[in-house]
Design a protein around this ligand. Structure first.
Ligand SMILES: [Zn+2]
Length: 223
C-alpha cells in the first residue's frame, strides 16, 4: 500500500494532535523506509517481472527484516520507546506503536501472499488487493480521501503558501500511487532502493513541513 499508509498517518495525527504529522507519517511508512535502506545495503532483495502494476510485478522478494510481522512489532516498539523517551507522552507512544505496526496489516491487504511472519519462517500472507486496480481505487483510494477530509477539517492553512504546498503534493502523491498500482516496474532493480528512499524521505519531510504550515484548529474553529 502507499496512500493507505499515509491515510493512517493522517488519522494518527487526529488521534494525538501533539505528535507532528511528519512523525505519524514516518511511523506508518517506517517499514518501507527500512526496506529501501535494506535494499541499498543488500540485506533485502526484490526482482521484477515485466508486467503492469506493483500488485503483479514483484517476482521474488526477500523482505522479512522490513516487512515481517515480528520485525514490524520490533520496529514499532523501538520507535514508540524512542518517542516516549524524548517526549514522555505515553498515549502518543501507543499511537505510534500502532501506526508502525499497521503497515504490516495494510500490506497484507495489498500484497499477493508474500508478506512474511518472521525472518526465516516460510509462512506468507496477502489478500492481493493491488492485483485489482478498480478495487484498489475504491478501498485504498477511499481511505485516502476520507483521511484528507478528516485532516483538512482538523487543521487550517497558516497562509496561502500552506494551501499551495498541501494540495499539489496531495495530487502528486495520488498520481505516484496510481502509477505504482497501474504502471510498469522500476527499470532497474539495483537502483529501486535509492529512488524509493528519496521518494519516501521527501514524503516524510513534506509531512513535517505541513505540520508547521497547517496548525490544528482550536475546538471553536472546527467548521
Ligand atoms: Zn510496505
Amino acid at each position: 500500500m502507499f496512500v493507505g499508509h499515509l491515510a493512517v498517518g493522517f488519522g494518527a495525527k487526529r488521534m494525538e494532535p501533539r505528535i507532528s504529522l511528519g512523525t505519524t507519517v514516518l511511523a506508518c511508512m517506517l517499514a518501507d523506509l527500512l526496506w529501501s535502506v535494506f535494499l541499498i545495503a543488500g540485506i533485502e532483495h526484490v526482482q521484477f517481472r515485466q508486467t503492469i502494476g506493483a500488485g503483479n510485478y514483484f517476482a521474488a522478494s526477500n523482505i522479512a527484516f522490513s516487512h515481517s510481522l515480528l520485525m514490524d512489532a520490533v520496529w514499532a516498539a523501538l520507535f514508540a520507546l524512542g518517542y516516549f523517551l524524548l517526549r514522555r507522552n505515553r498515549w502518543a507512544a501507543w499511537v505510534l506503536f500502532a501506526a508502525v505496526l499497521s503497515h504490516w496489516f495494510l500490506d497484507v491487504v495489498a500484497h499477493r501472499s508474500d508478506m512474511p511472519i518472521a525472518p526465516g519462517v516460510h509462512k506468507f500472507f496477502g489478500l492481493g488487493l493491488w492485483t485489482s486496480i478498480p478495487a484498489t481505487l475504491v478501498i485504498e483510494g477511499g481511505l485516502w480521501l476520507a483521511a484528507i477530509i478528516v485532516y483538512v477539517r482538523a487543521t487550517r492553512p497558516r497562509n496561502r503558501a500552506a494551501f499551495f504546498i498541501f494540495w499539489p503534493v496531495v495530487v502528486l502523491l495520488t498520481l505516484a500511487w496510481y502509477n505504482n498500482i497501474a504502471g510498469p516496474p522500476p527499470p532497474n532493480p539495483a537502483t529501486a532502493g535509492i529512488s524509493a528512499l528519496i521518494f519516501f524521505s521527501l514524503t516524510v519531510a513534506w509531512a513535517y513541513w505541513m505540520n508547521r504550515l497547517r496548525p490544528v484548529r482550536q475546538r471553536a474553529e472546527t467548521p
